[in-house]
Design a protein around this ligand. Structure first.
Ligand code: M6P
Ligand code: ZN
Length: 165
């Protein structure tokens, strides 16, 4: 997923466009080993998010809400990240790192953010019939943004409007 396809999700659209003009970096990749196994109820996806930021807002996935009430589990493989969960009212932020699992309850939109200076890799175990609603997040945001910290590794700041600035 190149940065140009994430326009509207980062707060600073002008800052995003400057990076896109320069080299349109790959923000993340998703590989789905065995995703076409016949009859499988569970799917596996491995996502790698590059280190980086747009005007101080760390690189992240698009984020989605499941179409059906389905939960999901992430397990950290490498690097340091934050998983944002948003039910439309409250945002929760869970750290993800190697060997740490994060449970995503049904009914929570989810987005993963790389807060480190190395690639963040994690495994997702999901119900193959979940479906992904990206418009839900595009319209509402995630209720919070993860930005470069002031003396801390990162800060989770409330996002009042959800939309790009
Ligand atoms: C995880 C899973 C995948 C998802 C990927 C990237 O691996 O949740 O289903 O595709 O993260 O997230 P998104 O689809 O929101 O860009
Ligand atoms: Zn999902």
């Amino acid at each position: 997923m190149r940065l140009s396809r994430l326009e509207g999700l980062f707060h600073d659209t002008a800052g995003l466009r400057r990076l896109v003009v320069r080299d349109d970096p790959v923000v993340y990749r998703v590989e789905e080993p065995g995703s076409h196994e016949r009859g499988a109820a569970l799917g596996l996806a491995e996502t790698t998010i590059s280190p980086g930021a747009v005007a101080g807002e760390f690189f992240m996935t698009r984020g989605h809400m499941h179409e059906l009430p389905r939960d999901e589990v992430y397990v950290g493989l490498a690097g340091a990240g934050v998983v944002l969960l948003y039910d439309g009212v409250r945002t929760a932020a869970h750290e993800i790192e190697p060997g740490i699992a994060v449970h995503i309850p049904a009914g929570c939109a989810h987005r993963t953010v790389n807060v480190g200076d190395a690639p963040l890799r994690f495994l997702a175990v999901y119900h193959r019939d979940s479906g992904a609603n990206y418009e839900w997040v595009q319209e509402r945001g995630m209720g919070a943004r993860v930005v470069v910290g002031d003396g801390e590794p990162y800060r989770v700041v409330p996002d009042a409007d959800g939309a790009a600035g």
